[in-house]
Design a protein around this ligand. Structure first.
Ligand code: HEM
Length: 366
């Protein structure tokens, strides 16, 4: 018996590893008509892990104070071996992660995977999405560049449109009247500790729900019928389906390879997409650079605030959209999941997505 086999048997005797692997890999069956969109969850796991790893490496040399932050990042870029690569991967990675988050959310939305019994899975997912946006926002400030400083000034300013407590909110977010050392301190604490902790708890909850309930059957094909709501818990199993390992893992790996290639291409050939020229100038509170814009995923929200007659109205619309999406499983409750048979949902989905894209492009161009 080889050493590998002996080690495996040793572990199996103590922890029943063979059983765990069978249950979660070869005997874990997925729906026969499963599609490529179900690979995005696994892709997110890989991309987020990479963000954590590159983030930890950056943390080794990054110094979180206004005097030294910018210089410490320049040192990472210029003096530390492969520091530039780690930084470009982290900055480009944040954009790829948000892109895949959007795709994962849109596909589960389109296939109505948020419906009973997956309401809690959706809520965990949507909270992860909000935390991820907060991670991007807080991370943006850390290099203390002109881009960091002014993008954060603009972003925190919009909270000022809240009636009565607007000023207090700005003060609370910034730790003072203007973006400064206290803003950097709290954003740093949130970015490297507070938010990742919340993120890990939420991601654990999300994955627990996914595994406990079982993935949904895609609502397509001639023999699809909506599930009747049960009166007791049952795991959705897919007898006669395809095994997760090796069959679906191969598909997962293909999509993961695609997004890693996109990430590498971005980091090597187009880092300026994530880090425009203002990211290479130190923060100067007395010089506002022309045309500072938030990241692409905040452009729709930013443009909405600019086109509505009053900023408070913009905040209400944004808050309403977030609340609507968060509680969607409790608003849209019928068992039907086939998009073709849900014209109201499909109409809203298309209008919502088109509106978001139009506002994003408009925000970019104006
Ligand atoms: C770090 C972020 C996330 C990770 C690692 C993650 C991971 C996963 C995984 C592995 C699955 C099962 C396979 C699949 O359908 O892809 C899944 C399913 C699901 N995810 Fe996520 N997810 C994340 C974020 C989100 C977000 C932002 C939402 C929505 C707002 C969401 C909603 C859902 C739903 C509803 C399902 C059930 C799909 C089904 O059973 O058909 N997830 N997620």
């Amino acid at each position: 018996m080889g050493l590998k086999q002996r080690a495996f048997d040793w572990l199996d005797l103590r922890l029943g590893v063979r059983d765990i692997l069978q249950q979660n890999l070869t005997h874990y069956l997925l729906p026969r008509n499963i599609n490529v969109w179900y690979t995005l969850g696994a892709t997110l796991l890989v991309l987020f892990s990479l963000q954590f790893i590159t983030g930890i490496f950056l943390l080794v040399y990054y110094i979180p104070n206004t005097e030294q932050a910018f210089a410490s990042v320049q040192r990472i870029m210029n003096d530390i071996p492969y520091g530039w690569l780690v930084r470009f991967l982290h900055a480009t990675g944040s954009n790829v992660v948000i892109l895949v988050l959007f795709l994962h959310m849109l596909s589960t939305l389109y296939m109505a995977a948020y419906k009973r019994p997956r309401e809690i899975t959706w809520i965990f997912g949507f909270l992860i999405f909000l935390v991820s946006l907060a991670m991007s926002l807080t991370g943006y400030l850390l290099p203390w560049s002109q881009l960091s400083y002014w993008a954060t000034t603009v972003a925190t300013e919009s909270a000022g449109a809240t009636p009565v407590i607007g000023e207090a909110m700005i003060h609370f977010l910034r730790g003072g009247p203007a973006v400064g050392e206290f803003t950097l301190g709290r954003f740093f604490a949130l970015h490297v500790m507070g938010l990742p902790l919340i993120f890990a708890l939420l991601a654990g909850g999300h994955l627990f729900c996914v595994r406990r309930i079982g993935v949904s059957r895609p609502p397509f094909g001639p023999d699809y019928l909506p599930e009747a709501p049960g009166t007791s818990f049952h795991h959705t199993d897919h007898s006669g389906g395809i095994p997760f390992f090796p069959n679906y893992v191969v598909k997962d790996l293909m999509v993961i390879a695609f997004f890693l290639t996109l990430l590498a291409a971005g980091a090597f050939f187009a880092p300026q997409l994530s880090l425009p020229p203002e990211a290479f100038e130190p923060a100067d509170p007395f010089r506002t650079p022309p045309g500072i814009k938030p990241e692409w995923y905040f452009l729709a929200a930013y443009q909405l605030l600019r086109i509505l007659p009053n900023e408070f109205l913009g905040l209400v619309v944004q808050g309403g959209a977030v609340a609507f999406l968060l509680f969607l499983p409790f608003i849209d409750r019928g068992p039907e999941r086939r998009p073709g048979r849900r014209p109201l949902f499909l109409g809203l989905f298309i209008v919502g997505l088109a509106g978001f894209l139009i506002l994003t492009v408009w925000g970019y161009l104006s």
